[in-house]
Design a protein around this ligand. Structure first.
Ligand SMILES: [Zn+2]
Length: 609
């Protein structure tokens, strides 16, 4: 056979096989496309039905793989953590075998006291920002200054029976032993940056070394009334409390401090100490010790052992079922922090107040209930005036709450020798540029204040009203002619204080419909707000410090004309809202939505009128 014939024969034999192959491929490819188009159709169908892509078989498998990987990682993590814990417990095993069993890690809390996890800050790994923690001076002063300074330790707060201490080295077991012996309480160490700690230690201990030894629980039990009284005043002063409440009960008495507007438990004393303490305080305030059945009030000035630290105290007694209840108001506290910025004024509000303070004459009224910080704001304004201008300032107060160098402060006498109106009239003869009146209570005071404001004096005062616009109504209700109010009043400021949420532990969540309705803003339901929780930074309270709410009415010329013509509060409010002045509630809601405060605080504002 020729090669051509051979090739032909081979082709003839192979042709059927090739044909079968082609048909086979055709069937397969058809099958695949059919299947994939089916899957696609299924996917589109699912998507139209609104089913998530996760429901598809491929995605499901991917998710499963991912979660398996996560579990594996978590297990590895746990193993590392356990190894670390085992290692550190080995390091700390220095005491007796029993002790080693109780103390698991050098940094852990001993004596079997359970550690409460305050929102995820782990003392082993978290470096504490010392500038942001709340330092309770009473807690800090439970250890002598020289030990604190030498060992570089600062006990800053006691929570749930555990004293939290910030130091440089949390593995320093000698320090733990010393502190536990001194404090007689389980301690927990936190690490802090060395420079920050150094500065803070100087602040806390640098100035107080000469002061009396602080109260320890044991000492309080056995101390006599003199010591208890001194310690009590000192502790309240150190915590910057505004009031001390001593409530007698069936079994002894409870002592509480008001700090930042909130009552805090300080101590529980037995009946004997309470009886002695009451007598001691009554002697200090020049009250009648024998008289136990009628309310009395008095005052005293208390000098602490070290140099210039002094506190003025107003004392009031009230006979109750189990003895005399005592309330002490602490006055003349430090005025260093009295600035408008510190009080939480926004730049626009601050500009308005500063604008008024640069005028020569006019009346500015601060309004708000007791404890809303209106007097504090007035003092801050006066401090600003003193710094900027050479002015003669005279105040009439009841009582003098802060002492400020460079101004004449006059106190109203409870025996009515010096009433507000009487003092105000005589003050005007002393040629003041600025007069501050603690509170405008009656027509007589209001009349003199307005007359002073119209005759070239700047007059600052406070009133009890709920809003800025209500100032006008209140003054006319007192009997002041509307045209006089219009001519004198230049600025009315309503103020409230809300607690500020701790930024380290606040928890976000959506605002419920019911809550939105309770603050008269139903449309805000679903917006993110924050709840308080509690952590090492806020001392477990969830709040830290306070923030001011302000509503400022600047009486413009046309508005003043309307007031003079007898237009009331409601039309003034409409004018204010039209020109974009926020109400207290609007200001509060803004602060709620920006996470500065909580819904509980805002509801208080919403329900106050
Ligand atoms: Zn916190």
């Amino acid at each position: 056979m020729t090669p051509e014939q051979q090739r032909e024969q081979w082709l003839k034999r192979m042709l059927p096989a090739l044909g079968i192959l082609v048909i086979y491929f055709a069937i397969i490819s058809n099958f695949v496309t059919e299947k994939s188009s089916k899957a696609e159709a299924q996917y589109i169908e699912l998507k139209q039905k609104g089913v998530d892509a996760a429901a598809l078989p491929g995605v499901e498998q991917q998710q499963r793989e991912l979660s398996e990987e996560m579990t594996k990682l978590e297990q590895e993590n746990k193993a590392i953590h356990e190894a670390f814990a085992a290692n550190s417990s080995f390091l700390s095993r220095t005491g007796s075998p029993n002790e080693a069993m109780v103390r698991t890690e050098g940094n852990d809390v001993r004596f079997g006291v359970e550690y409460i996890d305050h929102v995820g800050f782990d003392p082993v790994t978290h470096l504490l920002d010392i500038d942001l923690i709340r330092i309770d001076p009473v807690c800090a002063l439970k250890i002598p200054a020289n030990i604190a300074l030498r060992q570089k330790v600062l006990p800053f707060i006691e929570m749930d029976g555990i004293v939290h201490v910030v130091c440089q080295d949390i593995e320093n077991h000698a320090v733990i032993t010393v502190l536990e012996r001194l404090l007689k309480k389980p301690i927990r160490l936190w690490a802090g940056a060395a420079t920050q700690l150094e500065t803070k230690l100087k602040q806390v201990y640098g100035t107080v070394q000469a002061l009396p030894a602080p109260a320890s629980a044991q000492a309080t039990q056995t101390a006599n009334a003199v010591n208890t009284g001194d310690e009590l005043l000192y502790a309240a002063y150190m915590r910057q409390a505004s009031d001390i409440h001593i409530d007698p009960g069936y079994n002894g008495a409870t002592i509480r401090f008001r700090v930042d507007g909130q009552l805090e438990h300080y101590n529980q004393i037995n009946t004997n100490i309470f009886t002695e303490l009451v007598s001691r305080l009554k002697v200090m305030a020049y009250l009648d010790i024998a008289e136990k059945r009628s309310p009395q009030d008095g005052r005293f000035s208390h000098q602490f052992v070290s140099g210039d630290r002094r506190v003025d105290v107003r004392v009031a007694t009230l006979p109750t079922k189990y003895g005399e209840r005592i309330t002490m108001r602490l006055l003349a506290v430090q005025t260093d922090s009295l600035t408008l910025e510190h009080l939480g004024f926004e730049p626009t509000h601050k500009r308005m107040i500063e604008g008024f303070l640069r005028r020569i004459q006019g009346l500015m009224i601060m309004t708000g209930p007791t404890g809303s910080g209106k007097t504090t704001t007035l003092y801050a304004a006066i401090r600003m005036l003193l710094e900027e201008r050479k002015v003669n300032i005279i105040t009439i107060e009841d009582p003098i709450e802060y002492e400020i160098n460079g101004i004449a402060q006059c106190e109203v006498d409870s025996a009515d020798k010096v009433s507000f109106a009487k003092a105000l009239r005589s003050i005007l003869r002393h040629d003041p540029d600025v007069v501050m009146i603690g509170e405008i209570r009656d027509k007589e005071t209001a009349d003199v204040a307005i007359k002073a404001a119209l005759t070239g004096h700047m007059v600052l005062g406070t009133l009890h009203t709920n809003s800025a616009a209500a100032t006008v109504t209140r003054l006319t209700d007192m009997g002041v002619e509307p045209y006089l109010v219009a001519a004198a009043l230049r600025l009315a400021v309503a103020q409230r204080l809300l607690r500020r949420l701790c930024v380290h532990c606040r928890i976000p969540r959506p605002l419920t419909e019911l809550e939105a309705i309770s603050i008269n803003r139903a449309e805000l339901a679903g917006h993110t707000i924050h709840d308080p929780s509690g952590c090492i930074y806020c001392g477990g309270k969830g709040y830290s410090g306070r923030i001011g709410l302000y509503e400022i009415l600047e009486l413009r010329e046309d508005w003043a004309r309307a007031v003079a013509e007898g237009e009331g509060e409601s039309s003034l409010v409409v004018k204010m809202r039209d020109s974009g002045i926020k109400s207290l509630l609007n200001d509060a809601v803004d602060k709620l939505l920006s996470g500065v405060t909580s819904i509980t605080e805002v509801v208080q504002i919403a329900s106050s009128w």
